[in-house]
Design a protein around this ligand. Structure first.
Ligand SMILES: [Zn+2]
Length: 464
């Protein structure tokens, strides 16, 4: 069914050819899933007109690393380090059931239903074999059924209307033999994986040498997306740049859990932003932009102070952080021709902000990019459009329909409001807490992970 939406009279944030943000008051016309025009004085007969006077019309945000399955774990990591995250978060997937997010098909159906555009990174993952009395991991992450499921999904990729959800691959087993990794990466690439993502962190807790391993196995390429990449050497970062690979910096979790400083404000040519764990922080992308920006500025100021100097200028600009969460994010996942900026012919992925709420008044008119990055909250988002479909309107999330299957023309299944979903999440969270109470001992798990990951206990300290 054809649809026409006219966004009337908003402050539209476009990008020029140099990637600079240009704001102008204009109309934006959406025909089906595509931005058909951006100009003054557009009109339509029929269709939907949304009055955007005084509002900011922004490109949809690109979140390049997000463990979307962790909703039932929200709030467990308030005071956790990266080590705590492994047992209290990552390995909690062991307790998940088919009512949570256990089956890939159901997770993809839910992703389609949510309305987001997504690269669903299918992930062979290590699970917990026993929690106590001895903590033991089940390292058989590549059991036959795991890659048989991948084969089946790859055969029907992409998923949902207009292929809005695409298949990618996530894998962290960099300790495995070179040949196995080469065969695995070769296989998923041949079967159409849009990108391959892997965690990479160098810190005193562990040193993954992920870039060196990928390079020595000749596996680096423009489809590689490394999450974090903290404390990498300039040689390692240059290797990424040379092959066109990218980084997803996740400021909130990295700053909290001890990964190291986010690699983004000084790496605009090869980085992007991700939420990582909404179990630990807000999933509102401008929060990540703000953290990235102010951390980058703090790092820069520290260098000046250390050298006994004071800075003549601020260095990192608000626009740089905004671009990391929009056009540079799209580039990092190989979709910058389709999304990441508002431009005629691109996909209509759009966020509309109120301009006169208590957060946004005055700044929205003076500097709309600063309004989003430094002042906005999720409550200031009035409307969200993805692939030309309105998903939030007048500050309210609209109902979602779970499709009958993951195909492009699947019939709509049951319909859910946000309150229905919130009720299920709360129920799932309580079931998880009950399951944990029977077998999970954080101290045993913590010691088990230190042993399993060959971490150097002598480097652990309470004070320095
Ligand atoms: Zn992660």
């Amino acid at each position: 069914m054809s649809s026409t939406i006219l966004l009337k009279g908003g402050t539209i944030l476009t990008h020029n050819e140099d990637g600079k943000v240009v704001s102008k008051v204009a109309d934006l016309l959406i025909q089906d899933s595509i931005i058909q025009d951006i100009a003054e004085g557009l009109s339509i007969t029929g269709g939907t007109t949304i009055d955007c006077a005084g509002k900011i019309v922004s490109p949809g945000f690109i979140d390049t690393h997000h463990h979307t399955w962790q909703t039932q774990l929200r709030g467990v990591h308030a005071n956790d380090t990266l080590l705590d995250y492994f047992h209290a978060g990552n390995f909690m997937s062991t307790f998940y059931t088919s009512d949570d997010a256990f089956w890939a098909d159901e997770a993809i159906k839910a992703t389609i239903a949510s309305g987001i555009r997504s690269i669903f990174a299918y992930t062979p993952t290590t699970r917990v074999a026993t929690w106590k009395p001895e903590f033991q991991l089940d390292h058989n992450s590549l059991a036959p059924w795991v890659m048989e499921t991948w084969d089946r999904l790859a055969a029907s990729n992409p998923f949902g209307p207009n292929g809005r959800v695409q298949l990618g691959f996530a894998f962290d087993g960099m300790y495995l033999p070179d040949k196995l990794l080469q065969d695995l990466f070769g296989k998923v690439r041949a079967q159409g994986s849009h990108l391959i993502t892997t965690h990479a962190v160098n810190c005193s807790m562990f040193n993954t040498h992920t870039i060196a391993k990928l390079s020595s196995c000749d596996l680096l390429g423009p489809d590689i997306l490394l999450s974090h990449a903290n404390n990498m050497s300039s040689e390692e970062l240059n290797l990424l740049r040379k092959v066109g690979a990218h980084i997803s910096a996740t400021p909130s979790t990295e700053l909290q859990m001890g990964h190291g400083d986010p690699v983004c404000m000084d790496a605009l040519d090869c980085s992007s932003l991700g939420v990582d764990c909404h179990s630990a922080c807000s999933s509102f992308m401008p929060t990540q932009m703000m953290l990235a920006l102010q951390t980058g500025r703090a790092e820069r100021h520290r260098k000046f102070h250390g050298a006994g100097k004071w800075p003549n200028s601020i260095g990192h600009k608000v626009e740089d952080a905004f671009n990391l969460g929009t056009i540079l994010g799209a580039k990092a996942i190989g979709l910058d021709k389709q999304i990441g900026s508002l431009q005629k012919g691109k996909k209509a992925d759009i966020v509309i902000f109120e301009g006169t709420t208590s957060n946004m008044v005055a700044v929205s008119e003076r500097d709309p990019v600063a309004a989003i990055v430094l002042h906005s909250s999720v409550r200031d988002v009035s409307t969200v459009i993805v692939d030309g479909v309105v998903r939030k309107r007048d500050g309210q999330l609209l109902k979602v329909n779970v499709p009958q299957n993951i195909g492009p023309d699947a019939e709509a299944g049951p319909s859910y409001s946000w309150s229905d979903i919130a009720r299920e999440i709360t129920k799932g969270m309580r079931v998880l807490e009950d399951s944990k109470s029977h077998s999970y001992d954080p101290e045993v798990a913590r010691e088990g992970i230190i042993a399993a990951f060959h971490m150097d206990r002598s480097s652990a300290a309470d004070h320095v």
